[in-house]
Write a protein that binds this ligand. Structure first.
Ligand SMILES: [Fe+2]
Ligand SMILES: [Fe+2]
Length: 276
């Protein structure tokens, strides 16, 4: 029987988005069926690739080379949905990567429950957004996409706590800040399919940030570290962007991310960005 780590590597080494997400969803169903039967799948060990397999399209561009489009036109909204599809496909890989990459650190099964569940939800998100693109005669791969998205994963490939700090607690938390604005764009455009997809994503992403915070705190507690100090040190080390207000304080709180985790970093990165 394939271990969970081997299944995660199979997701990571599958290039096509629809096939990658089909596998992710099938492995998640197997995991939870085995858990319900009281016979959990073995976690096992399997080395994940440094970077996951990706389809030939979309072409990956540096963020500064990405074409800018307003969201007032259908073309602009399709570009926005395409960017979301790309984020979701990266999220699929990020979730299955963390499952396979840190198996040398013994973790309770509940950790894998949380990551398999969110890895399944990311696969669903990619499919929902791809369906929206296809309903408008487009598809994932029709436009260029950001090249830099795997950087955080590479830089934290040997640092479990660093990965949790940067991916769910900074990048996915940022998703909570910006998604309400996107939802408004599609509400105004009366695109009910995209609206429903984004509302599902928004609701489920709170859980992903919460899992990050939960297991970050748990690992800090096991090691006897102060979680807030660890978080600040790791974000300073591995995150090169800016933490930009306004923050979604309410959803961040719901996800177990208190203001004294992110506000001090926001002030620092704002000073750095101004070159003061
Ligand atoms: Fe997602
Ligand atoms: Fe997520």
């Amino acid at each position: 029987m394939m271990s969970l780590a081997e299944r995660a590597v199979q997701v990571l080494t599958t290039a096509d988005g629809r096939e990658k997400t089909r596998l992710a969803r099938a492995h998640a169903a197997d995991w939870f069926a085995a858990r319900a039967a009281g016979t959990p799948l073995p976690i096992g060990h399997s080395a994940p690739p440094d970077s996951p397999a990706r389809p030939e399209k979309p072409e990956l561009l540096q963020p500064r080379d990405m074409p800018k489009r307003g969201s007032g036109s259908l073309e602009g909204r399709l570009a926005l949905l395409h960017a979301v599809a790309h984020i979701e496909l990266n999220a699929v890989d990020l979730h299955w990567d963390i499952i396979a990459r840190f198996t040398d650190t013994p973790m309770p099964l509940g950790f894998y429950d949380d990551w398999v569940k969110s890895g399944d939800e990311e696969a669903k998100h990619f499919n929902l957004v791809s369906d929206c693109l296809e309903a408008h005669g487009s598809h994932y791969g029709a436009l260029p996409a950001h090249a830099a998205m795997w950087r955080a994963a590479l830089e934290t490939k040997d640092d479990f706590l660093g990965r949790l700090a940067v991916v769910p607690m900074v990048l996915e938390a940022r998703g909570l800040d910006v998604t309400p604005g996107m939802i408004e764009i599609f509400r105004r455009a009366k695109d009910t399919q995209a609206l429903a997809a984004l509302e599902t994503i928004y609701a489920e992403e709170v859980g992903h940030v919460a899992y990050g915070s939960k297991w970050f705190n748990w690992l800090c507690g096991r090691a006897g570290h102060d979680p807030k100090e660890q978080f600040h040190a790791l974000v300073r080390r591995y995150f090169h962007g800016t933490l930009k207000p306004p923050f979604n304080e309410e959803k961040r709180a719901e996800a177990g991310l208190p203001p004294d985790f992110y506000w001090p970093l926001a002030d620092e990165t704002a000073v750095k960005a101004r070159g003061v």
